[in-house]
Ligand binder design. Structure first.
Ligand code: PRX
Length: 598
Protein backbone atom coordinates (compact mmCIF):
# COMPACT_ATOMS: atom_id res chain seq x y z
CA UNK A 1 0.00 0.00 0.00
CA UNK A 2 0.93 3.62 -0.31
CA UNK A 3 2.94 5.63 2.11
CA UNK A 4 5.56 2.95 2.17
CA UNK A 5 8.94 4.48 2.62
CA UNK A 6 7.64 8.01 2.96
CA UNK A 7 8.44 10.04 6.00
CA UNK A 8 5.68 9.54 8.47
CA UNK A 9 5.30 13.19 9.20
CA UNK A 10 4.68 13.86 12.82
CA UNK A 11 3.24 10.48 13.52
CA UNK A 12 5.29 9.64 16.55
CA UNK A 13 5.98 13.26 17.26
CA UNK A 14 2.57 14.51 17.94
CA UNK A 15 2.70 13.01 21.39
CA UNK A 16 6.08 14.56 22.06
CA UNK A 17 5.35 18.14 21.24
CA UNK A 18 3.05 20.47 23.13
CA UNK A 19 0.37 22.31 21.26
CA UNK A 20 1.83 25.73 20.50
CA UNK A 21 0.57 29.23 20.25
CA UNK A 22 -2.91 28.85 21.73
CA UNK A 23 -3.54 32.52 22.34
CA UNK A 24 -6.58 34.55 23.30
CA UNK A 25 -7.80 36.90 20.61
CA UNK A 26 -6.90 39.96 22.76
CA UNK A 27 -3.26 38.86 22.83
CA UNK A 28 -2.66 39.37 19.12
CA UNK A 29 -0.99 42.58 17.96
CA UNK A 30 -3.19 42.38 14.89
CA UNK A 31 -6.57 40.80 15.48
CA UNK A 32 -6.82 37.64 13.32
CA UNK A 33 -9.46 37.78 10.59
CA UNK A 34 -10.64 34.36 11.66
CA UNK A 35 -11.49 34.93 15.29
CA UNK A 36 -13.65 31.88 15.91
CA UNK A 37 -12.97 28.71 13.91
CA UNK A 38 -16.00 26.72 14.95
CA UNK A 39 -18.47 29.61 14.80
CA UNK A 40 -17.23 30.60 11.36
CA UNK A 41 -17.43 27.01 10.11
CA UNK A 42 -20.96 26.60 11.40
CA UNK A 43 -22.35 29.63 9.63
CA UNK A 44 -20.07 29.62 6.60
CA UNK A 45 -21.44 30.14 3.09
CA UNK A 46 -19.58 30.75 -0.15
CA UNK A 47 -22.37 33.18 -1.12
CA UNK A 48 -21.33 35.34 1.79
CA UNK A 49 -17.71 35.29 0.57
CA UNK A 50 -18.84 36.23 -2.91
CA UNK A 51 -20.55 39.32 -1.48
CA UNK A 52 -17.14 40.59 -0.35
CA UNK A 53 -15.99 40.59 -3.97
CA UNK A 54 -17.29 42.96 -6.65
CA UNK A 55 -18.40 40.68 -9.48
CA UNK A 56 -19.16 41.97 -12.95
CA UNK A 57 -22.38 43.53 -14.12
CA UNK A 58 -24.84 40.87 -15.25
CA UNK A 59 -23.49 38.24 -12.85
CA UNK A 60 -20.07 37.68 -14.44
CA UNK A 61 -16.90 37.07 -12.49
CA UNK A 62 -13.28 37.62 -13.45
CA UNK A 63 -10.15 36.86 -11.50
CA UNK A 64 -8.16 39.77 -12.91
CA UNK A 65 -10.95 42.20 -12.19
CA UNK A 66 -11.21 41.03 -8.57
CA UNK A 67 -7.46 40.97 -8.03
CA UNK A 68 -6.56 44.24 -9.72
CA UNK A 69 -9.12 46.43 -11.42
CA UNK A 70 -11.62 46.71 -8.62
CA UNK A 71 -9.00 48.27 -6.34
CA UNK A 72 -8.53 51.18 -8.73
CA UNK A 73 -11.97 52.40 -7.72
CA UNK A 74 -10.99 52.59 -4.07
CA UNK A 75 -8.37 54.07 -1.74
CA UNK A 76 -6.05 51.31 -3.01
CA UNK A 77 -5.71 52.86 -6.47
CA UNK A 78 -2.21 54.17 -5.84
CA UNK A 79 -1.23 51.52 -3.35
CA UNK A 80 1.74 49.38 -4.32
CA UNK A 81 0.57 45.99 -5.55
CA UNK A 82 4.05 44.62 -6.20
CA UNK A 83 7.55 45.42 -5.09
CA UNK A 84 9.79 43.54 -7.47
CA UNK A 85 13.43 42.83 -6.78
CA UNK A 86 15.44 41.38 -9.65
CA UNK A 87 18.30 38.98 -9.23
CA UNK A 88 20.78 41.73 -10.03
CA UNK A 89 19.35 43.95 -7.32
CA UNK A 90 17.02 45.92 -9.62
CA UNK A 91 13.94 47.32 -7.92
CA UNK A 92 10.60 48.23 -9.42
CA UNK A 93 7.25 48.94 -7.82
CA UNK A 94 3.84 48.91 -9.45
CA UNK A 95 0.59 50.25 -8.05
CA UNK A 96 -2.77 48.62 -8.56
CA UNK A 97 -3.58 51.41 -11.05
CA UNK A 98 -0.42 50.63 -13.02
CA UNK A 99 -1.14 46.91 -12.94
CA UNK A 100 -4.64 47.61 -14.18
CA UNK A 101 -3.28 49.69 -17.03
CA UNK A 102 -0.63 47.16 -18.07
CA UNK A 103 -2.94 44.17 -17.87
CA UNK A 104 -5.50 46.15 -19.88
CA UNK A 105 -2.87 46.67 -22.56
CA UNK A 106 -1.94 43.02 -22.59
CA UNK A 107 -5.60 41.99 -22.84
CA UNK A 108 -5.88 44.37 -25.81
CA UNK A 109 -2.77 42.79 -27.34
CA UNK A 110 -4.40 39.36 -27.19
CA UNK A 111 -7.59 40.72 -28.68
CA UNK A 112 -5.60 42.35 -31.47
CA UNK A 113 -3.92 39.04 -32.24
CA UNK A 114 -7.28 37.40 -32.68
CA UNK A 115 -6.94 35.27 -29.56
CA UNK A 116 -10.33 34.22 -28.25
CA UNK A 117 -11.91 33.52 -24.93
CA UNK A 118 -10.90 30.02 -23.82
CA UNK A 119 -7.72 29.93 -25.93
CA UNK A 120 -4.62 28.86 -24.03
CA UNK A 121 -1.82 31.38 -23.54
CA UNK A 122 1.32 30.04 -21.87
CA UNK A 123 4.09 31.96 -20.23
CA UNK A 124 7.63 30.71 -19.78
CA UNK A 125 9.65 33.29 -17.93
CA UNK A 126 11.67 33.85 -14.82
CA UNK A 127 9.96 35.66 -11.99
CA UNK A 128 9.81 39.07 -13.70
CA UNK A 129 7.00 41.65 -13.63
CA UNK A 130 5.86 40.64 -17.13
CA UNK A 131 4.77 37.24 -15.78
CA UNK A 132 2.15 38.99 -13.67
CA UNK A 133 1.04 41.27 -16.48
CA UNK A 134 0.77 38.31 -18.85
CA UNK A 135 -1.19 36.23 -16.37
CA UNK A 136 -3.75 38.85 -15.42
CA UNK A 137 -3.95 40.34 -18.91
CA UNK A 138 -4.77 36.88 -20.21
CA UNK A 139 -7.39 36.38 -17.51
CA UNK A 140 -8.91 39.77 -18.25
CA UNK A 141 -9.28 38.78 -21.88
CA UNK A 142 -10.95 35.52 -20.86
CA UNK A 143 -8.20 33.32 -22.27
CA UNK A 144 -6.69 30.56 -20.13
CA UNK A 145 -3.26 31.19 -18.63
CA UNK A 146 -0.79 28.32 -18.34
CA UNK A 147 2.34 29.30 -16.44
CA UNK A 148 5.43 27.17 -16.95
CA UNK A 149 8.30 26.65 -14.52
CA UNK A 150 11.19 28.63 -15.99
CA UNK A 151 13.73 25.92 -15.15
CA UNK A 152 12.04 23.43 -17.49
CA UNK A 153 13.95 22.01 -20.39
CA UNK A 154 12.41 21.37 -23.83
CA UNK A 155 10.55 18.12 -23.05
CA UNK A 156 8.20 19.34 -20.30
CA UNK A 157 7.54 22.55 -22.22
CA UNK A 158 6.67 20.66 -25.38
CA UNK A 159 4.39 18.19 -23.57
CA UNK A 160 2.41 21.01 -22.01
CA UNK A 161 2.12 23.25 -25.07
CA UNK A 162 1.15 20.34 -27.27
CA UNK A 163 -1.41 18.85 -24.92
CA UNK A 164 -3.09 22.18 -24.18
CA UNK A 165 -3.01 23.31 -27.81
CA UNK A 166 -1.58 26.64 -26.66
CA UNK A 167 -1.94 29.38 -29.29
CA UNK A 168 0.52 31.83 -27.75
CA UNK A 169 3.73 31.60 -25.76
CA UNK A 170 5.16 34.57 -23.89
CA UNK A 171 8.84 34.08 -23.11
CA UNK A 172 12.26 35.70 -23.01
CA UNK A 173 14.92 35.21 -25.72
CA UNK A 174 17.24 33.13 -23.53
CA UNK A 175 14.47 30.70 -22.61
CA UNK A 176 13.22 30.63 -26.20
CA UNK A 177 16.70 29.55 -27.23
CA UNK A 178 16.64 26.72 -24.70
CA UNK A 179 13.52 25.22 -26.28
CA UNK A 180 13.88 26.51 -29.85
CA UNK A 181 13.96 23.07 -31.49
CA UNK A 182 10.53 22.04 -30.16
CA UNK A 183 8.70 25.14 -31.40
CA UNK A 184 8.25 23.94 -35.00
CA UNK A 185 6.64 20.78 -33.59
CA UNK A 186 3.69 22.70 -32.16
CA UNK A 187 1.11 23.12 -34.93
CA UNK A 188 -1.34 25.12 -32.83
CA UNK A 189 1.17 27.62 -31.52
CA UNK A 190 0.60 30.75 -33.62
CA UNK A 191 2.25 33.53 -31.64
CA UNK A 192 5.57 33.73 -29.89
CA UNK A 193 5.83 36.92 -27.88
CA UNK A 194 9.31 37.85 -26.69
CA UNK A 195 9.77 39.93 -23.55
CA UNK A 196 13.03 41.81 -23.34
CA UNK A 197 12.76 45.15 -21.57
CA UNK A 198 16.04 47.08 -21.79
CA UNK A 199 17.61 44.05 -23.49
CA UNK A 200 17.94 42.42 -20.09
CA UNK A 201 18.13 38.96 -21.59
CA UNK A 202 20.67 37.72 -24.10
CA UNK A 203 19.31 36.92 -27.54
CA UNK A 204 17.16 38.72 -30.07
CA UNK A 205 13.85 38.54 -31.83
CA UNK A 206 13.68 35.86 -34.51
CA UNK A 207 11.67 36.02 -37.67
CA UNK A 208 7.96 35.61 -37.11
CA UNK A 209 8.21 36.47 -33.42
CA UNK A 210 6.58 39.47 -31.79
CA UNK A 211 8.10 41.96 -29.39
CA UNK A 212 6.11 42.23 -26.16
CA UNK A 213 7.30 45.79 -25.62
CA UNK A 214 6.25 46.90 -29.11
CA UNK A 215 2.87 45.20 -28.85
CA UNK A 216 2.24 46.82 -25.47
CA UNK A 217 3.22 50.26 -26.75
CA UNK A 218 0.69 50.07 -29.50
CA UNK A 219 -2.16 48.61 -27.44
CA UNK A 220 -4.93 50.41 -25.62
CA UNK A 221 -4.83 50.36 -21.83
CA UNK A 222 -8.58 50.66 -21.85
CA UNK A 223 -9.66 47.12 -22.54
CA UNK A 224 -13.08 47.60 -20.97
CA UNK A 225 -14.80 45.13 -18.71
CA UNK A 226 -13.92 41.46 -18.98
CA UNK A 227 -16.67 39.18 -20.23
CA UNK A 228 -16.20 36.02 -18.21
CA UNK A 229 -18.58 34.01 -16.10
CA UNK A 230 -17.73 32.10 -12.95
CA UNK A 231 -17.48 28.83 -14.87
CA UNK A 232 -15.21 30.07 -17.66
CA UNK A 233 -11.77 28.50 -17.49
CA UNK A 234 -9.04 30.67 -15.96
CA UNK A 235 -5.76 28.99 -15.02
CA UNK A 236 -4.29 25.62 -15.91
CA UNK A 237 -1.36 23.87 -14.28
CA UNK A 238 0.14 20.57 -15.29
CA UNK A 239 0.57 18.08 -12.50
CA UNK A 240 2.30 14.72 -12.50
CA UNK A 241 0.76 11.34 -11.93
CA UNK A 242 2.17 7.84 -11.62
CA UNK A 243 1.58 6.95 -15.22
CA UNK A 244 1.52 8.91 -18.43
CA UNK A 245 2.39 12.50 -19.11
CA UNK A 246 1.42 15.28 -16.70
CA UNK A 247 -2.25 16.25 -16.75
CA UNK A 248 -3.51 19.80 -17.13
CA UNK A 249 -5.69 20.65 -14.15
CA UNK A 250 -8.03 23.40 -15.26
CA UNK A 251 -9.62 25.95 -12.94
CA UNK A 252 -12.50 28.35 -13.41
CA UNK A 253 -12.79 32.06 -12.58
CA UNK A 254 -14.90 31.09 -9.59
CA UNK A 255 -11.65 29.90 -7.93
CA UNK A 256 -11.24 33.52 -6.90
CA UNK A 257 -13.57 32.88 -3.97
CA UNK A 258 -11.13 30.32 -2.58
CA UNK A 259 -8.09 32.52 -3.19
CA UNK A 260 -9.71 35.46 -1.48
CA UNK A 261 -11.18 33.59 1.49
CA UNK A 262 -8.05 31.57 2.29
CA UNK A 263 -5.91 34.70 1.88
CA UNK A 264 -8.09 36.35 4.46
CA UNK A 265 -8.37 33.54 7.00
CA UNK A 266 -5.33 31.31 6.54
CA UNK A 267 -2.71 33.85 5.49
CA UNK A 268 -4.56 36.34 7.69
CA UNK A 269 -3.93 39.17 5.24
CA UNK A 270 -4.72 42.68 6.46
CA UNK A 271 -4.70 46.00 4.65
CA UNK A 272 -1.24 47.07 5.82
CA UNK A 273 0.51 43.78 5.31
CA UNK A 274 3.60 43.26 3.20
CA UNK A 275 3.32 39.73 1.96
CA UNK A 276 5.96 37.46 0.45
CA UNK A 277 5.26 34.13 -1.20
CA UNK A 278 8.44 32.33 -2.18
CA UNK A 279 6.83 29.91 -4.66
CA UNK A 280 7.62 30.06 -8.36
CA UNK A 281 4.71 31.24 -10.53
CA UNK A 282 5.15 28.11 -12.66
CA UNK A 283 3.51 26.07 -9.91
CA UNK A 284 0.09 26.45 -8.41
CA UNK A 285 1.26 28.02 -5.14
CA UNK A 286 2.88 30.74 -7.22
CA UNK A 287 -0.40 31.61 -8.93
CA UNK A 288 -3.00 30.99 -6.21
CA UNK A 289 -0.85 32.55 -3.48
CA UNK A 290 1.84 34.49 -5.34
CA UNK A 291 -0.78 36.32 -7.42
CA UNK A 292 -4.44 35.80 -6.59
CA UNK A 293 -4.76 35.62 -2.79
CA UNK A 294 -2.76 38.75 -1.90
CA UNK A 295 -4.19 40.90 -4.66
CA UNK A 296 -7.83 39.89 -4.23
CA UNK A 297 -7.26 40.99 -0.63
CA UNK A 298 -5.74 44.26 -1.85
CA UNK A 299 -2.40 43.56 -0.20
CA UNK A 300 1.10 44.63 -1.29
CA UNK A 301 3.37 41.76 -2.18
CA UNK A 302 7.09 41.35 -2.63
CA UNK A 303 8.34 39.39 -5.63
CA UNK A 304 11.92 38.28 -5.33
CA UNK A 305 13.46 36.94 -8.49
CA UNK A 306 16.61 35.50 -6.96
CA UNK A 307 17.01 31.92 -5.84
CA UNK A 308 17.51 30.59 -2.35
CA UNK A 309 20.27 31.92 -0.13
CA UNK A 310 19.62 32.14 3.59
CA UNK A 311 21.17 35.60 4.00
CA UNK A 312 19.38 36.99 0.93
CA UNK A 313 16.06 35.68 2.17
CA UNK A 314 16.41 37.11 5.66
CA UNK A 315 17.58 40.35 4.11
CA UNK A 316 14.45 40.47 1.92
CA UNK A 317 12.25 40.16 5.00
CA UNK A 318 14.19 42.92 6.72
CA UNK A 319 14.35 45.25 3.73
CA UNK A 320 10.68 45.09 2.77
CA UNK A 321 9.44 44.63 6.35
CA UNK A 322 7.58 41.52 5.33
CA UNK A 323 4.73 40.80 7.74
CA UNK A 324 3.20 37.63 6.27
CA UNK A 325 5.38 34.98 4.72
CA UNK A 326 4.31 31.88 2.79
CA UNK A 327 7.09 29.43 2.11
CA UNK A 328 7.88 25.72 1.92
CA UNK A 329 9.39 23.00 4.11
CA UNK A 330 12.51 22.49 1.96
CA UNK A 331 13.31 26.19 2.23
CA UNK A 332 12.71 26.11 5.98
CA UNK A 333 14.99 23.09 6.34
CA UNK A 334 17.67 24.92 4.35
CA UNK A 335 17.31 27.94 6.64
CA UNK A 336 17.60 25.64 9.64
CA UNK A 337 20.73 24.15 8.15
CA UNK A 338 22.25 27.60 7.67
CA UNK A 339 22.12 27.90 11.47
CA UNK A 340 20.62 30.17 14.10
CA UNK A 341 23.36 32.78 13.89
CA UNK A 342 22.45 33.99 10.39
CA UNK A 343 18.95 35.26 11.27
CA UNK A 344 20.37 37.13 14.27
CA UNK A 345 22.10 39.50 11.86
CA UNK A 346 18.75 40.70 10.52
CA UNK A 347 15.79 42.50 11.97
CA UNK A 348 12.96 40.07 11.40
CA UNK A 349 10.55 41.72 13.82
CA UNK A 350 8.15 42.72 11.07
CA UNK A 351 7.09 39.07 10.61
CA UNK A 352 3.82 38.33 12.33
CA UNK A 353 2.54 35.24 10.51
CA UNK A 354 4.36 32.42 8.70
CA UNK A 355 2.80 29.63 6.66
CA UNK A 356 4.21 26.66 4.79
CA UNK A 357 2.96 24.22 2.17
CA UNK A 358 3.93 21.59 -0.36
CA UNK A 359 5.47 18.79 1.69
CA UNK A 360 5.27 17.55 5.23
CA UNK A 361 6.62 20.15 7.61
CA UNK A 362 8.66 18.40 10.28
CA UNK A 363 7.60 19.12 13.86
CA UNK A 364 11.17 20.31 14.55
CA UNK A 365 10.75 22.98 11.87
CA UNK A 366 7.54 24.24 13.47
CA UNK A 367 9.28 24.49 16.82
CA UNK A 368 12.41 26.05 15.23
CA UNK A 369 10.13 28.88 14.08
CA UNK A 370 9.31 29.67 17.69
CA UNK A 371 13.03 30.17 18.43
CA UNK A 372 14.02 32.12 15.35
CA UNK A 373 10.85 34.06 14.53
CA UNK A 374 9.16 33.87 17.89
CA UNK A 375 6.17 32.08 16.37
CA UNK A 376 5.38 28.65 15.02
CA UNK A 377 5.26 28.02 11.30
CA UNK A 378 1.71 27.27 10.19
CA UNK A 379 1.56 24.24 7.94
CA UNK A 380 -1.28 23.87 5.49
CA UNK A 381 -2.29 21.38 2.86
CA UNK A 382 -3.77 21.52 -0.63
CA UNK A 383 -3.06 20.44 -4.21
CA UNK A 384 -2.98 21.74 -7.76
CA UNK A 385 -6.41 20.16 -8.18
CA UNK A 386 -7.94 21.83 -5.12
CA UNK A 387 -6.85 25.30 -6.30
CA UNK A 388 -6.71 26.76 -2.81
CA UNK A 389 -5.87 25.77 0.76
CA UNK A 390 -8.11 23.00 2.08
CA UNK A 391 -6.60 22.18 5.49
CA UNK A 392 -4.72 24.66 7.60
CA UNK A 393 -3.39 25.85 10.90
CA UNK A 394 -4.89 29.24 11.73
CA UNK A 395 -3.39 31.98 13.93
CA UNK A 396 -6.18 31.64 16.47
CA UNK A 397 -5.86 27.90 16.82
CA UNK A 398 -3.27 25.89 18.74
CA UNK A 399 -0.64 24.43 16.45
CA UNK A 400 0.21 20.76 16.87
CA UNK A 401 3.67 20.44 15.34
CA UNK A 402 3.56 17.90 12.52
CA UNK A 403 -0.14 18.36 11.80
CA UNK A 404 -1.53 20.07 8.70
CA UNK A 405 -4.33 21.58 10.80
CA UNK A 406 -8.08 21.53 10.32
CA UNK A 407 -10.29 21.94 7.24
CA UNK A 408 -10.97 25.41 5.95
CA UNK A 409 -14.48 26.65 6.81
CA UNK A 410 -16.66 25.59 3.88
CA UNK A 411 -14.54 22.50 3.23
CA UNK A 412 -15.43 19.01 4.37
CA UNK A 413 -12.41 16.74 4.60
CA UNK A 414 -12.53 13.12 5.63
CA UNK A 415 -10.37 10.06 6.04
CA UNK A 416 -12.11 7.40 4.03
CA UNK A 417 -11.74 4.01 2.52
CA UNK A 418 -11.74 5.11 -1.11
CA UNK A 419 -13.17 1.79 -2.28
CA UNK A 420 -16.32 2.10 -0.17
CA UNK A 421 -16.52 5.77 0.77
CA UNK A 422 -16.77 4.73 4.39
CA UNK A 423 -15.26 7.21 6.84
CA UNK A 424 -12.60 6.00 9.23
CA UNK A 425 -12.62 6.59 12.94
CA UNK A 426 -10.24 9.17 14.42
CA UNK A 427 -6.70 7.84 14.62
CA UNK A 428 -7.13 5.42 11.74
CA UNK A 429 -5.12 5.85 8.55
CA UNK A 430 -6.95 6.09 5.25
CA UNK A 431 -7.41 8.08 2.07
CA UNK A 432 -7.61 11.81 2.49
CA UNK A 433 -10.78 12.91 0.69
CA UNK A 434 -12.82 16.06 0.21
CA UNK A 435 -16.50 16.61 -0.46
CA UNK A 436 -16.64 18.05 -3.99
CA UNK A 437 -18.13 21.39 -4.89
CA UNK A 438 -15.84 24.10 -3.48
CA UNK A 439 -15.30 27.05 -5.85
CA UNK A 440 -11.60 26.52 -6.62
CA UNK A 441 -11.99 22.81 -7.34
CA UNK A 442 -10.48 21.92 -10.72
CA UNK A 443 -13.07 21.54 -13.45
CA UNK A 444 -11.35 19.00 -15.64
CA UNK A 445 -8.01 17.56 -16.69
CA UNK A 446 -7.47 19.01 -20.14
CA UNK A 447 -8.45 16.42 -22.77
CA UNK A 448 -8.76 13.79 -20.08
CA UNK A 449 -12.21 13.82 -18.57
CA UNK A 450 -11.98 10.12 -17.83
CA UNK A 451 -9.02 10.63 -15.54
CA UNK A 452 -10.86 13.53 -13.91
CA UNK A 453 -13.95 11.41 -13.28
CA UNK A 454 -11.83 8.64 -11.79
CA UNK A 455 -10.81 10.95 -8.95
CA UNK A 456 -14.37 11.14 -7.63
CA UNK A 457 -15.72 8.12 -5.80
CA UNK A 458 -18.70 7.58 -3.53
CA UNK A 459 -19.35 11.29 -3.20
CA UNK A 460 -15.73 12.17 -2.37
CA UNK A 461 -12.83 13.67 -4.30
CA UNK A 462 -9.99 11.26 -3.54
CA UNK A 463 -6.79 13.25 -3.13
CA UNK A 464 -4.24 10.45 -3.55
CA UNK A 465 -2.75 11.20 -0.13
CA UNK A 466 -3.03 9.07 2.95
CA UNK A 467 -3.61 10.73 6.27
CA UNK A 468 -5.36 10.39 9.59
CA UNK A 469 -7.45 12.67 11.74
CA UNK A 470 -7.17 12.92 15.50
CA UNK A 471 -9.98 13.31 18.06
CA UNK A 472 -9.81 17.09 17.80
CA UNK A 473 -10.18 17.08 14.02
CA UNK A 474 -6.52 17.84 13.18
CA UNK A 475 -5.21 16.09 10.07
CA UNK A 476 -1.84 14.31 9.91
CA UNK A 477 -0.13 13.48 6.63
CA UNK A 478 1.06 9.91 6.15
CA UNK A 479 2.17 9.63 2.51
CA UNK A 480 0.99 9.37 -1.06
CA UNK A 481 -0.89 6.41 -2.44
CA UNK A 482 0.88 6.62 -5.79
CA UNK A 483 4.49 6.63 -7.03
CA UNK A 484 4.67 10.39 -7.54
CA UNK A 485 7.84 11.88 -6.08
CA UNK A 486 7.77 15.05 -4.02
CA UNK A 487 11.17 16.70 -4.32
CA UNK A 488 11.48 20.08 -2.65
CA UNK A 489 7.73 20.52 -3.03
CA UNK A 490 7.75 19.75 -6.76
CA UNK A 491 5.79 16.71 -7.85
CA UNK A 492 7.69 14.57 -10.30
CA UNK A 493 6.06 11.74 -12.21
CA UNK A 494 8.44 8.79 -12.49
CA UNK A 495 7.12 8.07 -15.98
CA UNK A 496 8.35 11.43 -17.30
CA UNK A 497 11.87 10.82 -16.04
CA UNK A 498 11.90 7.22 -17.24
CA UNK A 499 10.75 8.34 -20.70
CA UNK A 500 13.50 10.93 -20.89
CA UNK A 501 16.17 8.38 -19.91
CA UNK A 502 14.84 5.85 -22.42
CA UNK A 503 15.59 8.29 -25.20
CA UNK A 504 19.30 7.86 -24.56
CA UNK A 505 20.76 5.21 -26.87
CA UNK A 506 22.48 3.37 -23.99
CA UNK A 507 19.36 2.86 -21.88
CA UNK A 508 17.39 -0.37 -22.12
CA UNK A 509 15.10 0.11 -19.11
CA UNK A 510 14.64 2.74 -16.44
CA UNK A 511 12.75 2.76 -13.14
CA UNK A 512 12.48 5.93 -11.11
CA UNK A 513 11.69 6.37 -7.42
CA UNK A 514 11.81 9.02 -4.70
CA UNK A 515 14.65 8.44 -2.28
CA UNK A 516 14.17 10.03 1.16
CA UNK A 517 16.31 13.09 1.69
CA UNK A 518 16.74 15.15 4.85
CA UNK A 519 16.38 18.51 3.08
CA UNK A 520 14.30 18.00 -0.09
CA UNK A 521 12.10 15.27 1.46
CA UNK A 522 12.80 13.10 -1.57
CA UNK A 523 15.27 13.17 -4.42
CA UNK A 524 14.77 11.52 -7.77
CA UNK A 525 16.71 8.29 -8.11
CA UNK A 526 16.83 6.26 -11.32
CA UNK A 527 17.68 2.62 -11.76
CA UNK A 528 18.90 1.94 -15.25
CA UNK A 529 19.74 -1.20 -17.16
CA UNK A 530 21.88 -0.80 -20.25
CA UNK A 531 21.65 -2.13 -23.77
CA UNK A 532 24.17 -4.68 -24.89
CA UNK A 533 27.48 -3.11 -25.73
CA UNK A 534 27.32 -0.38 -23.08
CA UNK A 535 29.36 -0.48 -19.90
CA UNK A 536 28.07 0.88 -16.57
CA UNK A 537 30.83 3.44 -16.11
CA UNK A 538 30.86 6.65 -14.07
CA UNK A 539 31.28 8.51 -17.29
CA UNK A 540 28.06 7.09 -18.68
CA UNK A 541 26.31 7.85 -15.41
CA UNK A 542 27.31 11.51 -15.67
CA UNK A 543 26.38 11.57 -19.31
CA UNK A 544 22.87 10.29 -18.44
CA UNK A 545 22.51 12.87 -15.70
CA UNK A 546 23.48 15.66 -18.08
CA UNK A 547 21.20 14.26 -20.76
CA UNK A 548 18.14 14.15 -18.52
CA UNK A 549 18.87 17.51 -16.91
CA UNK A 550 19.00 19.12 -20.30
CA UNK A 551 15.77 17.53 -21.44
CA UNK A 552 13.79 18.00 -18.24
CA UNK A 553 15.09 20.42 -15.60
CA UNK A 554 17.62 20.08 -12.82
CA UNK A 555 14.75 19.91 -10.31
CA UNK A 556 13.13 16.98 -12.12
CA UNK A 557 16.12 15.03 -13.44
CA UNK A 558 17.58 12.21 -11.34
CA UNK A 559 20.04 13.22 -8.65
CA UNK A 560 21.27 9.63 -8.50
CA UNK A 561 21.54 6.92 -11.14
CA UNK A 562 22.27 3.31 -10.30
CA UNK A 563 23.01 0.72 -12.95
CA UNK A 564 21.46 -2.69 -12.43
CA UNK A 565 21.47 -5.66 -14.83
CA UNK A 566 17.68 -5.74 -15.19
CA UNK A 567 14.69 -4.13 -13.54
CA UNK A 568 12.08 -6.05 -11.53
CA UNK A 569 8.85 -6.26 -13.52
CA UNK A 570 5.37 -7.70 -13.25
CA UNK A 571 4.40 -10.53 -15.55
CA UNK A 572 2.95 -7.98 -17.97
CA UNK A 573 6.24 -6.11 -18.03
CA UNK A 574 5.38 -3.16 -15.75
CA UNK A 575 8.38 -1.94 -13.80
CA UNK A 576 7.89 -2.54 -10.08
CA UNK A 577 8.93 0.80 -8.65
CA UNK A 578 7.72 -0.17 -5.21
CA UNK A 579 10.11 -3.08 -5.17
CA UNK A 580 12.97 -0.84 -6.25
CA UNK A 581 12.04 1.47 -3.43
CA UNK A 582 11.78 -1.30 -0.87
CA UNK A 583 15.24 -2.50 -1.84
CA UNK A 584 16.63 1.02 -1.74
CA UNK A 585 15.27 1.52 1.76
CA UNK A 586 16.31 -1.90 2.93
CA UNK A 587 12.70 -2.84 3.60
CA UNK A 588 11.72 -6.47 3.44
CA UNK A 589 10.82 -7.46 -0.09
CA UNK A 590 7.85 -9.25 1.42
CA UNK A 591 6.24 -5.81 1.31
CA UNK A 592 5.76 -6.33 -2.37
CA UNK A 593 3.06 -8.91 -1.80
CA UNK A 594 0.53 -6.08 -1.81
CA UNK A 595 1.57 -5.03 -5.28
CA UNK A 596 -0.90 -5.55 -8.00
CA UNK A 597 0.38 -8.22 -10.27
CA UNK A 598 -1.41 -7.66 -13.47
O1 PRX B 1 1.18 14.93 -1.36
C1 PRX B 1 0.71 16.20 -0.95
C2 PRX B 1 1.85 17.21 -0.92
O2 PRX B 1 1.87 17.82 -2.18
C3 PRX B 1 0.77 17.35 -2.98
C4 PRX B 1 0.20 18.46 -3.82
O3 PRX B 1 1.19 18.94 -4.66
P1 PRX B 1 0.83 19.95 -5.82
O4 PRX B 1 -0.33 19.45 -6.59
O5 PRX B 1 2.09 20.25 -6.54
O6 PRX B 1 0.29 21.22 -5.07
C5 PRX B 1 1.14 22.14 -4.55
C6 PRX B 1 0.31 23.12 -3.75
C7 PRX B 1 0.28 22.80 -2.30
C8 PRX B 1 -0.22 16.80 -1.98
O7 PRX B 1 -1.09 15.86 -2.56
N1 PRX B 1 1.59 18.23 0.11
C9 PRX B 1 1.13 19.48 -0.05
N2 PRX B 1 1.06 20.12 1.13
C10 PRX B 1 1.45 19.26 2.06
C11 PRX B 1 1.78 18.04 1.42
N3 PRX B 1 2.20 16.97 2.10
C12 PRX B 1 2.30 17.08 3.43
N4 PRX B 1 2.01 18.20 4.11
C13 PRX B 1 1.58 19.32 3.48
N5 PRX B 1 1.30 20.42 4.15
Amino acid sequence: MGGQGHEKAGEENHVNYQTLNKRAIEDFKVRPNLADYKGTRDKFSWDQIEKELDGLPGGGLNLAYEAIDRHTKTHRKDKVAMHWEGKNGEQESYTFAQMSEMTGRFASVLKGLGIHKGDRVFCFMDRIPEVYVTAFGTLKHGAVIGPLFSAFGPDPVKDRLLDSGAVALVTTPDLRDRIAHILPELPELKHIIIVNKNNRFPGSLKEGELSYEKLMEGASADYGLPATTREDYSIMHYTSGTTGKPKGAVHAHQAVLGHYATGKWVLDLHEDDIYWCTADPGWVTGTSYGMCAPWTNGVTQVIYEGGFRASAWYSTIEKYKVTVWYTAPTAIRMLMKAGVEVPKRYDLNSLRHICSVGEPLNPEAVVWGTHVFDQPIHDNWWQTETGSIMIANYPIMGVKPGSMGRPFPGITAGIVNSATGEEMAPGQEGDLALRPGWPSMFRTYWNNQEMYDSKFKNGWYITGDQAKMDEEGYFWFIGRTDDVINTAGHLVGPFEVESALLEHPAVAEAGVIGKPDPIAMEVVKAFVSLKDGYEPTDELRHELMRFSRQKLAAAVAPREIEFIPSLPKTRSGKIMRRLLKARELGLPEGDTSTLEDD
